[in-house]
Structures are given as C-alpha cells and as structure tokens.
Ligand binder design. Structure first.
Ligand code: ZEM
Length: 288
C-alpha cells in the first residue's frame, strides 16, 4: 500500500487517501462483525470517541482526545469507561494494518466512521493527535453522571466549553446504542433503531409518556406505551429545563437542523485540547 512506500522513502506525511483507507477498513469491519449487540459495533465506537474527548477541561487545558490515555489503568478502569474495551479491541486489527496512525487519531476517526456508516451526517475531521503516556491520564469524575440533572450537565459540559444548544445536540447521540446492566447498571435502548442515527431521540422525548421503571436497578425511565425504551435522568432533564427543551423541540421537528448542529458539535468535541498543525479538515466518503 502507498503508505508503506512513502514511509520507506523516509518522509511520511499521511494524506487524506491514507486516512480514507483507515475509514474504509473500519466500515468493512462494521459490516463483518454484525453479530454484536443490536447488530453493530457502531454505537460503542461512538461512545469510545466521546469518552476519550469528553475529559477535556478548558481551564487547565488537560484531557481530551489527544493522548488516548484510556489505554492505561487508571483511566481505562474508571466506572464511566466500563465496556469500552470492546471498542478498543475492535480497533486493534485496524491499528495493526495501519501502524502509522496514532491511537488517539484512530479512536476519533472511528467515531466519525461509525456515525457516517450509521446514516448520520458527514463529520469533518483532521489528524494531529499524539499518543501520550500514563502520566497524562485524567482524574475520575470528568464525564457526566447519568443519575443527575441539568445543573450537573451544565457544570460538566460548560467545563469542556459547550453551551445549552450544544449539550442538547450532543445528546442526540443517544438515538444510538443502549445501556448495559453490566457496564453502567442501566438497561435498554433509547430508540427503536439503535444502529441508525435519526432525530428519534428528541421525538420520543417529546411525544412519549415516560414513567419511572419499576425495578431493582438505578433510577431510569421507560416509555409507558411499550416499556421497551429507556431514558436516563440526564435525558429527562432536557425536557424539564426550559432552555434545553427549546432545542429538543427544534431537533424533534427538523432532522436537517439536528444533523447540521450534530456534525458541528461532534467535530468540536473530537478536537478538544488537540494542538493541530493543520487548519484543513477532511471529509470521508461513506461506503456504498
Ligand atoms: Zn452517552 N451513555 N451519555 N453519550 N452514549 C451511554 C451510552 C451511550 C451519558 C451516559 O451516562 C451514558 C453522550 C452523553 C451522555 C453514547 C454517546 C454519547 C450509557 C450506557 C450511559 C449510562 C452505557 C452502557 O451501559 O453501555 C450521559 C449522562 C451523557 C450526558 C449528556 C454523548 C455526548 C455522546 C456522543 C456524542 C452512545 C453512542 C452510547 C451507546 C453505547 C453502546 O454501547 O451502545
């Protein structure tokens, strides 16, 4: 492959076509390993990229996707990261095939690929993250606690540099995937199509009736009509709070507006704290 030749020549600056090859490999593996969870590793890849990035603290400029420090205990063992080894293991053969890419670029690129391959919007992306050693692990407690509400959401996401509109747009990722009792303690998916990105999360928040689930597990909500979907206390906070709710209403009505804002805010999330050398972003071609 071209990358090897350039590397052999001694100067290696990967170009977009090399990153597209990495993208294509991830897309291929997503199709091949369709026996996981609801039929896709896509959601857990998105969660890996989010948890790698969401540790960012704008004040101290620590954390964020630069470093891929979740590879190491203690960060890999933080409660919030339970289960993400599945996503990291999934990407191992990709790293083996393309050893020139850093783990931290790979994880965010995989998040982009997963979103696009699950019919989401294009997410512009740029390389430049470097892997760092264990001393760069962030302290536990930087990611949101699902049992809390709006005050906590604002504290956590304002720390990263996000406003109300961005918090709501980011939360639309919960159209994807599910909760696992052996990971977070919560249970179930948010939508009926957990491997396709849509604005259904917002529609369901607005249109369904939600009640506390009666069970021994942590406090969560279920839809009254089918009892097969779930919402976390932090999800419900988005319709309790007037400012948050205005954006939930907007995205429930307008999938294009959601996709546009989601693309912008995910791009921003995946770039938090990265000292890029290039202003230029690339956009990957989805698989057919
Ligand atoms: Zn999540 N998330 N998240 N999230 N998340 C879970 C699963 C997934 C919160 C949260 O506590 C949880 C964002 C924001 C927030 C995804 C993406 C993004 C789970 C279930 C919990 C408990 C984990 C499990 O048991 O496996 C909270 C409190 C958030 C604050 C708003 C943002 C932002 C995301 C991306 C942009 C995804 C894709 C999943 C599904 C993972 C899977 O394995 O299916």
């Amino acid at each position: 492959n071209g990358a090897e030749q350039v590397k052999a020549a001694g100067v290696f600056t990967p170009k977009q076509e090399y990153y597209q090859k990495v993208y294509d490999k991830i897309a291929q593996l997503l199709v091949e390993h369709d026996n996981y969870d609801d039929g896709s590793y896509g959601p857990v890849l998105v969660r890996l990229a989010w948890h790698a990035s969401g540790t960012y603290d704008a004040e101290t400029k620590t954390g964020g996707s630069n470093g891929a420090t979740m590879r190491f205990p203690p960060e890999g063992d933080h409660g919030a990261n339970a289960g993400l080894h599945a996503a990291r293991d999934f990407l191992d053969p990709v790293k083996k095939e393309f050893p020139w890419i850093t783990y931290s670029d790979l994880w965010t690129l995989a998040g982009v690929a997963a979103i696009q391959e699950m019919q989401g919007p294009k997410i512009p992306w740029r390389p430049g993250r470097n892997d760092r050693d264990v001393s760069y692990c962030t302290p536990d407690g930087r990611l949101p606690d699902a049992s809390k509400e709006q005050k906590h959401l604002r504290a956590i996401f304002n720390r990263m540099g996000f406003n109300d509109q961005e918090i709501v747009a980011l939360s639309g990722a919960h159209a994807l995937g599910r909760c696992h009792t052996d990971r977070s303690g919560f249970s179930g998916p948010w939508t009926f199509s957990p491997t396709t990105l849509t604005n259904d999360y917002y529609k369901l928040l607005m249109e369904e009736k939600w009640a506390y689930k009666k069970w021994d597990g942590p406090k969560q909500f279920e839809d009254v009509s089918t009892k097969s979907l779930m919402m976390l206390p932090t999800d419900m906070a988005l319709i309790k709070d007037k400012s948050f709710k205005s954006y939930v209403e907007k995205y429930a009505k307008d999938n294009d507006a959601f996709f546009k804002d989601f693309s912008n805010v995910v791009m921003k999330l995946f770039e938090l704290g990265v000292p890029f050398e290039t202003e230029e972003r690339m956009t990957f071609k989805p698989s057919e």
